[in-house]
Design a protein around this ligand. Structure first.
Ligand SMILES: Nc1ncnc2c1ncn2[C@@H]1O[C@H](COP(=O)(O)OP(=O)(O)OP(=O)(O)O)[C@@H](O)[C@H]1O
Length: 226
């Protein structure tokens, strides 16, 4: 079998809390194949965000290894990890995390410029991505002037700006009302399927999870079929 987009091997993470050591992940293994869309559905507090942060190279595991396109992240310099995060991985948070002082378009342009894309090219891609999320006419609005659904659409456009191979999303529609969540989620799925992006998406919503290729959950700190 060819190398998956993302592979976790024996990944462990524990936190030190007032009550003592909290083992959240205890040797988690998983594969995310190229272009595959996987739902991560697990009860609150079982480690979904922790897993996504490790997979996204935002944090380092205490043990085990994260492979992105076959490259072992633990063997790389911080600069090399940052470069992989920028070019290969898009991350969508539950709350948009857009830069409030920049417009919608600038929020989608900036990660591309950090990846050395010329400004005019980055602007054209940003406009095209924003248009694909129904945001034509909103390009020059700052996040504070956008609705919650629009903010999340911009955040998704930003995550896709550098055409990553992997999209990681942590309850990307979790703070939206049911109707808006359904709409934004449908657009998110269409975008990742259309671009052939592998995606790991945490959600509490079983109906949304059922629309992905497969479901995994977390049990006793490990990834198991959901
Ligand atoms: N930096 C940290 N320091 C201490 N404990 C932490 C830290 N980050 C997470 N935890 C704890 O680890 C456990 C797993 O947290 P995590 O956020 O990964 O769960 P989750 O499944 O994403 O939860 P939710 O569905 O509520 O977002 C929780 O008990 C949490 O309190």
């Amino acid at each position: 079998m060819s190398e998956p987009a993302l592979r976790l091997e024996g990944v462990s993470r524990r936190f030190r809390t007032e009550a003592g050591e909290l083992p959240v992940l205890t040797g988690a293994d998983m594969r995310l194949e190229a272009g595959e869309i996987v739902a991560l559905v697990a009860p609150s507090g079982t480690g979904k965000s922790t897993l996504l942060h490790l997979a996204g190279l935002l944090e380092k595991p205490d043990a085990g290894e994260v492979f992105v396109g076959g490259r072992a992240a633990g063997t790389l310099s911080d600069d090399a990890r940052t470069a992989i995060r920028r070019t290969d991985i898009g991350f969508v948070y539950q709350f948009h995390h857009l830069l409030p002082e920049f417009t919608a378009e600038e929020n989608v342009v900036l990660p591309q410029m950090a990846d050395a894309v010329p400004r005019a090219t980055a602007q054209a891609r940003a406009r095209q991505l924003l248009a694909s999320f129904g945001l034509t006419g909103r390009e020059n609005h700052r996040p504070g002037r956008l609705s919650g659904g629009e903010q999340q659409r911009v955040a998704i456009a930003r995550a896709l700006a550098n055409a990553p191979r992997i999209l990681l999303a942590d309850e990307p529609t979790g703070n939206l009302d049911v109707g808006t969540s359904e709409l934004v989620f449908t657009e998110l799925l269409a975008a990742v399927r259309g671009q052939g992006v592998a995606a790991l998406i945490a959600t509490h919503n079983p109906a949304l999870a059922a629309r992905m290729d497969r479901v995994v959950t977390l049990r006793d700190g490990r990834v198991v079929p959901g």
